[in-house]
Design a binder for this molecule. Structure first.
Ligand code: SF4
Ligand code: SF4
Length: 258
C-alpha cells in the first residue's frame, strides 16, 4: 500500500527521513481506514514482485503482465517500468483486495510491505555499495499513525518480511542504473536487445523457455548448486538474468563463459 518506490536510485525530497529511532505505527483489521490505502494507486512492480505475485496466483508471467500490469515511465527513458493495474471502475481498487483484506498478503509487493515507509537506495561512491534511506509517508486518511505500537526500521523490515524483497530490489537497482546508461548500442527503444532484457526482467517464464531453447546455462561456468537453483527457482533465474544482461550488453565480468 503505497504510491511509489521500494528501490530506486532517487531520494524523495518531500518526505521526512526516518532515523534509527522508533516510529509509531500499526495497521490491523480494526482500524477505521482498513483497506482505504488499497485503491487508486500508482504502484510500481519490480521484477521480484512480479515473480511472487504470478506464482501466488498460479499464472504464467506473460498472463500476469497481460492481466495485471502496464508499462510506465521509469526513472529514466532507456527502460520501461511496470505498474499494477487497478480495477477499471470508479472505485479503482487493487484487484487483489477482498472483503477480509489483501488476498495475496504473503506475496504482496514491496511497496505494500514497506508502507508507511518508502525506501530509496543510492550508490556510495566512497564505499562502492548501495546505501539505503527510509522516509515516512503521512497520508491523512491513514490512522495507523495514531496507534501506539512502535518499530525501529530493522523491526519493521523483519515484521513485513522485507529481507528477500530488498535484496532482490537492490540487484534490480544495479541493473536499472546500468540500463540508465543506454546500453542498447544504437537500437533505440524496444529494439531486439531491449525486448530480450524486458523478458529477462519481467517475464521470467518466457525467459526460462529461452534459456532452455538456447542452452544458456551451459554456456557459462556455473557451479552445480547454482545451476540447480536456477533450474528450480524463479528468483535464482532472475539473478542469473541480471548477470547475463550485464555480461552481454555491457561486457561486465558478471559471468564466466565456458
Ligand atoms: S492504517 Fe494505513 S496502511 Fe493500514 S489500512 Fe489504514 S490506511 Fe492502510
Ligand atoms: S496487493 Fe494487497 S496490500 Fe497491496 S494494494 Fe493490493 S490489496 Fe492492498
Amino acid at each position: 500500500m503505497s504510491e511509489n518506490p521500494a528501490a530506486t536510485v532517487h531520494l524523495p525530497d518531500d518526505r521526512s527521513k526516518v532515523g534509527s529511532g522508533p516510529f509509531q505505527f500499526r495497521c490491523h483489521q480494526g482500524v477505521s481506514c482498513f483497506t482505504t490505502c488499497c485503491q487508486k494507486l500508482d504502484m510500481y512492480l519490480y521484477p521480484f514482485d512480479i515473480i511472487r505475485l504470478k506464482n501466488a496466483l498460479g499464472l504464467h508471467s506473460a498472463d500476469f503482465i497481460r492481466r495485471h500490469a502496464r508499462i510506465a515511465q521509469g526513472s529514466h527513458p532507456y527502460f520501461p517500468a511496470m505498474m499494477l493495474n487497478m480495477m477499471n471502475d470508479e472505485a479503482a481498487k487493487c484487484p487483489f483486495l477482498c472483503q477480509e483484506g489483501c488476498s495475496v498478503y504473503q506475496d504482496r509487493p514491496s511497496a505494500c510491505r514497506t508502507y508507511p515507509l518508502e525506501r530509496a537506495v543510492e550508490k556510495s561512491v566512497t564505499h562502492n555499495r548501495l546505501v539505503e534511506h527510509y522516509f515516512m509517508t503521512q497520508h491523512p486518511y491513514c490512522k495507523g499513525h495514531d496507534e501506539t505500537n512502535t518499530y525501529t526500521i530493522r523491526q519493521w523490515l523483519r515484521d513485513q518480511g522485507l529481507h528477500d524483497y530488498n535484496l532482490m530490489n537492490d540487484l534490480w537497482a544495479e541493473v536499472e542504473a546500468f540500463f540508465a546508461a543506454n546500453p542498447w548500442q544504437g537500437e533505440g527503444k524496444a529494439g531486439p536487445r531491449q525486448q530480450l532484457a524486458f523478458m529477462a526482467c519481467y517475464n521470467i517464464d518466457d525467459f526460462r523457455s529461452y534459456t532452455q531453447q538456447h542452452n544458456l546455462l551451459r554456456r557459462f561456468r556455473l557451479d552445480k548448486d547454482r545451476r540447480r537453483r536456477i533450474e528450480r527457482d524463479d528468483s535464482e533465474l532472475l539473478k542469473f538474468g541480471f548477470d547475463w544482461l550485464q555480461f552481454v550488453l555491457g561486457s561486465r565480468p558478471t559471468l564466466q563463459p565456458r
